[in-house]
Design a binder for this molecule. Structure first.
Ligand SMILES: NC(=O)C1=CN([C@@H]2O[C@H](COP(=O)(O)OP(=O)(O)OC[C@H]3O[C@@H](n4cnc5c(N)ncnc54)[C@H](OP(=O)(O)O)[C@@H]3O)[C@@H](O)[C@H]2O)C=CC1
Ligand SMILES: CC(=O)[C@](C)(O)C(=O)O
Length: 329
């Protein structure tokens, strides 16, 4: 059983009078920085010149280069792409680290796989929202919070967990609840989840269903509604109350089909492949492949990204969003 931490368990005073540098202003960076600011925390943004720098300034933040951010901050939250963190850390953060500073991450990849090895006299912790960045911000503005994970890798100050919980409160996660984990557990489960279930698994399932219907002669728009659009509504119910809430709301016909056909789609072979994917993550195979892919300038990643963008489901979806304007642009 895990311990859940809420607002009452976190004390923002651990961040009062401190400067937090959010390094990176993308999906997580913009959300966490804006939420922290609204929680009364002093935030500066560490970036390179470019579109994020411009956006962060437009959003009212003081933006400095990463070197300056590392020198000025008491807490440095590294929200760069995982594949770029090690180089930026080496070049622009490590040279300025001083005893008692706090390094934070929102994913454990670089610490767990040894790409970043901080000095022993700094705190190293994680505050990982279990949510895409844009919802970290949206839910916070609605008065809520997304759940998160905290972990401590190094506790040089004796306050690493308190600071992590204060940070989690600052970005709204303790409004929902925060679980303490380890860098290993967060890294391995997050990589597995995004590969085998959330992103990779669901995308392949959606495309396979769409292609099955379209190849059988059904209208692409009907296939899109059935296999992608309605997925959000089904998952919303799961989010609110688990599988039973979803099954409570769908028809008994759908629930019977769920039981009869689901196991024919996700077979024992699928489950065996999931176990293999997890093993490759645990043994560092995925991490090695991803690091090498980036060193080679992403030939495989870019080719697949392009072909995925050309998949018919994208065009149908874009057309429907124009026709129905049923979701925010
Ligand atoms: N996306 C998500 O929802 C989640 C992400 N995470 C974790 O959060 C971290 C950040 O991911 P995410 O927010 O998705 O990243 P994004 O790709 O959305 O944003 C990256 C940011 O880093 C900046 N950047 C890139 N390279 C450099 C550089 N060399 N020097 C300075 N700034 C640079 C980019 O600015 P520029 O405009 O210059 O490119 C951009 O602002 C990762 O560890 C990720 O695993 C965790 C949970 C969920
Ligand atoms: C949203 C999230 O946590 C992911 C899918 O793991 C990620 O974007 O890294």
């Amino acid at each position: 059983m895990v311990t859940m931490y809420y607002d009452k368990d976190a004390d923002l005073s651990f961040l009062q009078g401190k400067t937090v540098a959010v390094v990176g202003y993308g999906s997580q960076g913009h959300a966490q920085a804006q939420n922290l600011r609204e929680s009364g925390v002093k935030v500066i943004i560490g970036l390179r010149p470019g579109k994020s720098w411009k956006q962060a300034e437009e959003d009212g933040f003081e933006v400095v280069n990463v070197d300056e951010a590392a020198q000025r901050a008491d807490v440095i939250q590294i929200l760069l792409p995982d594949e770029r963190q090690a180089q930026v850390y080496q070049d622009s953060i490590a040279p300025y680290l001083r005893a008692g500073q706090v390094l934070l991450f929102s994913h454990g990849f670089n610490i767990h796989f040894g790409q970043i090895v901080p000095p022993a006299d700094v705190d190293v912790a994680m505050v990982a929202p279990k949510s895409p960045g844009h919802l970290v911000r949206r839910v916070y503005t609605e008065g809520g919070g997304v759940p998160g994970l905290v972990a401590v890798h190094q506790d040089a100050t004796g306050n690493a967990k308190n600071i992590a919980l204060a940070y989690a409160k600052g970005i709204g996660c303790t409004r929902a609840g925060v679980i303490e984990t380890s860098f290993r557990e967060e890294t391995e489960t997050d990589l597995f989840g995004e590969q085998a279930v959330l992103c990779g698994g669901v995308s392949e399932l959606v495309k396979a269903g769409f292609e099955t219907l379209v190849n059988a002669g059904y209208e692409p728009e009907i296939a899109y509604f059935e296999c992608l659009h309605e997925l959000k509504l089904i998952v919303d119910l799961m989010y609110e109350g688990g599988l039973s809430r979803m099954r409570y709301s769908i028809s008994d016909t759908a629930e019977y089909g769920d039981y009869m056909s689901g196991p024919r789609v996700v077979t024992d072979a699928t489950k065996a492949e999931m176990a293999k994917i997890l093993k490759e993550i645990q043994q560092g195979q995925f991490a090695k492949n991803w690091i090498i892919e980036n060193q080679a300038n992403r030939p495989v990643f870019n080719a697949i990204r392009q072909s995925e963008r050309n998949h018919p489901i994208e065009e149908v979806g874009a057309r429907l969003r124009e026709m129905m304007s049923w979701i925010k642009k």
